[in-house]
Design a protein around this ligand. Structure first.
Ligand code: AMP
Ligand code: ZN
Length: 113
């Protein structure tokens, strides 16, 4: 499958890893949009938020269980951070493997767009 995040998960493409376990991988975004910009992906190919189901949602809940410790590791837990998921064309999704952006390291604006 020609999926860049599956290739990162498989180790075919290198990444700067922040956290990894059996179900998810977190790595630094190659084009950071904040002082700290990390991407968290499930270790199965779910194309987008539109494809979350009762069968695969445990991967998503697991990511959210990991986020507090990832944020702590990144030094952002206390100051705060932003979680983003872009879904589909209008949502600005460019990589069709479901992922969550963790952005922080400075005070971000209050707006969402
Ligand atoms: P999105 O636009 O929400 O689909 O986000 C895709 C993100 O993946 C962008 O922020 C890209 O900078 C990032 N990205 C693309 N290729 C890589 C890569 N090889 N390593 C790390 N981040 C990547
Ligand atoms: Zn994939």
């Amino acid at each position: 499958m020609d999926c860049i995040f599956c290739k990162i998960i498989n180790g075919d493409i290198p990444s700067n890893k922040v956290y990894e376990d059996e179900f998810c991988l977190a790595f630094y975004d190659i084009a950071p949009q904040a002082p700290v910009h990390v991407i968290v992906v499930p270790k199965i190919h779910i194309p987008s938020a539109n494809d979350i189901t009762a069968e695969n949602s445990k991967y998503i809940s697991h990511i959210f269980e990991c986020i507090p410790s990832i944020a702590e590791e990144l030094g952002m837990a206390q100051a705060g951070y932003r979680l983003i998921n872009n879904c589909g064309r209008d949502g600005g999704q460019t990589v069709e493997h479901l992922h969550f952006h963790i952005l922080g390291g400075r005070t971000l604006g209050e707006g969402l767009i």
